[in-house]
Write a protein that binds this ligand. Sequence first.
Ligand code: DGL
Length: 274
Amino acid sequence: MIKQGPIGIFDSGYGGLTVFKEIVQRLPQYDYVYLGDNARVPYGIRSFETVYRYTWECVQRLFELDCNLVVLACNTASAKALRTIQQNDLPLYDPSRRVLGVIRPTAEVIGKYTQTGKVGILATQGTVSSESYVIEINKFFPDVAVYQEACPLWVPLVENNEFHTPGAAYFIKKDLDSLFAKNPDIDCVVLACTHYPLLADIIRKFLPEGVRLISQGELVADSLADYLERHSDLRACCSLGDNRQFYTTGAVPEFDEKASLFLGSAVQSTQLLL
Ligand code: DGL
């Protein structure tokens, strides 16, 4: 008999809190553990091998904290590590555990949001070069054209809480201009990095009129609710309660301060040394 445990939510840093927030709101009945690998953020500039190694290491730590289900609330990890973990690692480690990502839940609904059939993807360099969004969206909506823009400075701006500065606005505008130069008919833009919703207000100022901005949090939360509805075996492995634990591989005071700001409620984390 499998021991029940909390749902694990993982990101390279603070960005996954934007997904955590929506999941907890949608499914408040479960216990949750959040792990941010703040000591090694950003992942977006790292190689496939490194992102995979870091991600699998963190997922195993969440398993050791009794999580039977882990959500990679990180597009870069979903793009570069999820498939290997699902196909190679889980069958050997423990086939009853599950690891889910954020790209598929986004790709499978995105066609509903575009009229022109032209979708923009704003993401880290790692997610863009993996082509995961192009491949996944094409599976569900072969007629939708996908235009990608890597925004390498946006994660550091969020992690360092520097996003309300004029410098941040300059780089955000520059990357958006570059995306729309690829096709001005894009009518739907996906924030395909879980850090980016924190920049949404600034992004909106520079978006052409009528363009929809899509954050993943709600989409991922809906998809997880649906997944648990369909998988009663896994649902039974998720403990019920109101425990919300936070772990960071970085410095606790800094995590607590920024995570409290992002979530709008006090956070007390524990350091997890890798
Ligand atoms: N938040 C992560 C994502 O969704 C990546 C940030 C990073 O570590 O570069 O892609």
